[in-house]
Design a binder for this molecule. Structure first.
Ligand code: OSB
Ligand code: MG
Length: 369
């Protein structure tokens, strides 16, 4: 597949809800959107990095710079036989998996379209719909939390994940557990705790949580392994898993018994397939994470989540929860806790170009000639 041209944009889309986590509050998304053109087809990729490095180190500005000045010039005008060849072209550059993933995932879409196949099939997926849960931000009160949990369980979501932080953990989780004894509950700390918090984290053991997500440092594996030895509840790694290499080390150390896969955090679909293989060999269950994606990123996540190792409900909930108007034509909506994987070639969704145009802050077209 020859990459003939590219269009990079920055869009801004307001969220329908205020999303509070241990690292901050999000009310809108600044989205790096890439369109790759080749052989009469178009591939789409969506960045998940934020303006500020609060989740991991990458930023919209940093990714924009790398894509414009370094990554796209490396591949524009080149005929690449497959996505592995594209990853190899980016391999000399260290880190920055989210910036690489924008290009890598857009190329998977373009390549699958060239083959005339849906992306899930090209990736080796086995499911036509994905079991999903929701990730609920920190609410102003326990009562508001109980209401939000009840509303989302009533909509059929298969798992409720609550964001926690020091001072907002055991008590709220205990109330939710008492009110919903049968619900599949998890907690996500987004790296808010440290070694001195082990006694408080051990209190969560009695709450029947399916797992506790990323309690410790955003790049840590060693302390998570130490904590996992003291906890009965499985630890699920999110932030710390940024490459197949990190996943291999996490498995060897016993840093977590569950993995959250966000293809954008791992550098794209190729590295995600490698982590999928490692996790399957080690008996580690996977689930697809979310980064408040708009339609392009959400569709990519759904395709990847159709692989056999994704056995726990994912964070890819209905697009209408997040946006008044999404950037794609198709409505990605869950029913009874199941999200259909879009069909049709590639990611199976089309950009709503007129709407994207209206929310575009910046745009650049780059040609390979
Ligand atoms: O830790 O999983 C996370 C959103 C932004 C950054 C990090 C995380 C999240 C979520 C939301 O939990 C998942 C979603 O609804 O897309
Ligand atoms: Mg998380």
């Amino acid at each position: 597949m020859r990459i003939e041209a590219a269009e990079l944009r920055i869009l801004e889309l307001p969220l329908k809800f205020r999303f509070e986590t241990s690292f901050g509050v999000q009310t809108r998304r600044t989205i790096l959107l890439l369109r790759l053109f080749g052989e009469g087809l178009e591939g789409l990729g969506e960045g998940v990095m934020e303006r500020l490095p609060l989740y991991r180190e990458e930023t919209v500005a940093g990714a924009k710079y790398l894509l414009e000045e370094v990554f796209l010039p490396r591949v524009l005008g080149h005929d690449l036989p497959n996505p592995t060849a594209l990853s190899e072209a980016l391999a000399p550059f260290r880190g920055n998996p989210m910036a690489k993933a924008v290009l890598e995932m857009a190329f998977w879409d373009l390549w699958a379209k060239g083959l005339g196949q849906p992306l899930w099939q090209v990736l080796g997926g086995v499911r036509e719909a994905i079991e999903v849960g929701v990730s609920l931000g920190i609410q102003p009160t326990v009562e508001a939390t109980l209401k939000a949990v009840e509303a989302h369980l009533a909509q059929g979501y298969r798992r409720i994940k609550l964001k926690i932080k020091p001072g907002w953990d055991y008590e709220v989780l205990k109330e939710v557990r008492q009110a919903f004894p049968e619900a599949t509950l998890t907690a996500d700390a987004n790296s808010a705790y440290g070694l001195s918090d082990f006694p408080q984290l051990k209190r969560l053991d009695g709450l029947g949580l399916d797992y506790i997500e990323q309690p410790l440092g955003y790049d840590d594996l060693l302390d998570h392994a130490r904590l996992q030895r003291e906890l009965a509840t499985p630890i699920c790694l999110d932030e710390s898993l940024t490459s197949p290499e990190k996943a291999r080390k996490a498995i060897e150390l016993g840093a977590g018994r569950v993995f959250n896969i966000k293809p954008a955090r791992l550098g794209g679909h190729g590295p995600s397939l490698m982590v999928h293989a490692l996790a399957q060999a080690a008996g580690i269950p996977l689930w697809i994470g979310g980064m408040l994606e708009a339609g392009v990123g959400r569709a990519h996540n759904l395709h990847l989540a159709s692989l056999p190792g994704f056995t726990k409900p994912g964070d890819v909930s209905s697009a209408s929860r997040y946006w008044e108007e999404d950037i794609i034509e198709e409505a990605l909506e869950a029913k009874d806790g199941l999200m259909p994987v879009p069909q049709g070639p590639g990611i199976g969704v089309r950009l709503k170009l007129d709407w994207a145009e209206r929310i575009t802050l910046w745009r650049r077209y780059m040609s390979g000639n």
